[in-house]
Design a protein around this ligand. Structure first.
Ligand code: FES
Length: 230
């Protein structure tokens, strides 16, 4: 059997004492289908080939729900987080030799801005700006929610009520391939499909369909015609 560097994003009951007093039941991982990440050439994407500090997009767990795949160029360590409805969970950090590869839903936890083929208000930004005093954040220019991808997409600023949902990845240390297996944290998929039902229907396809067994990883600048910076 191949050795796998499998990250279990499970909430540890042993750490319950650190959970805020208002916490409800812990958020637990939600497992969907196993979806291998592939390049535009159809070959499996290797972790070593994930470019540093670039916005990569793939779709998971549904055909219409985008996610960021990021190589942060620095280790992303475990973080204890809480959803908007006060469910605690522990995100176990990044994958790969440097623990620098992370993945999150690209649907903003505030009012669901997301990268489309036409435009994206949300992306990872290394640089600081007048509206981005942190740098190295996922920044949504709609209302300036900022998330720290090195800490489970914890909210650093803005109106977002919870972190971006983490995408659970499996890294095969033998093949260096990456597979999405589930999510952890505050999913926004139901709200997303309600809000964008008409738009997604007009775009055709079957947006609520689950991702196929593979998902193509795109550079955001190739996937999206216009990126809003702020
Ligand atoms: S939709 Fe992202 S900050 Fe409002």
């Amino acid at each position: 059997m191949q050795r796998r560097e499998f990250v279990k994003f499970c909430a540890a009951s042993a750490t319950a004492a650190r959970v805020p007093a208002v916490a409800a039941a812990d958020a637990t991982p939600k497992f969907y289908g196993r979806v291998k990440l592939i390049g535009s050439n159809g070959a499996p994407l290797k972790a070593a080939a994930v470019p540093v500090e670039r916005n990569l997009i793939f779709h998971y767990p549904f055909a219409a729900t985008p996610c960021f795949l990021l190589n942060l160029a620095r280790p992303a360590l475990a973080a204890r987080l809480v959803t908007a409805d006060q469910r605690a969970y522990e995100w176990q950090g990044g994958l790969g030799p440097r623990r620098s590869i992370v993945a999150y839903s690209a649907i903003c936890a505030h009012q669901l801005a997301y990268p489309t083929r036409e435009i994206s208000f949300i992306s990872y930004r290394v640089e600081k700006s007048p509206r981005n005093r942190h740098g190295n954040v996922i920044h949504c220019c709609a209302e300036h929610s900022q998330y720290d991808p090195a800490e489970g997409a914890r909210v650093l600023a803005g109106p977002a009520p919870q972190p971006l949902a983490a995408i659970l990845l499996e890294h095969d240390a033998n093949t260096d391939e990456l597979t999405a297996v589930g999510t952890l944290g505050g999913e926004m998929f139901n709200q997303f499909f309600v809000k964008y039902d008409v738009k997604l229907s007009l775009e055709g396809g079957a947006p609520r369909a689950s991702s196929d067994t593979t998902s193509v990883v795109h550079e955001l600048e190739n996937y999206c015609r216009q990126q809003v910076k702020c």
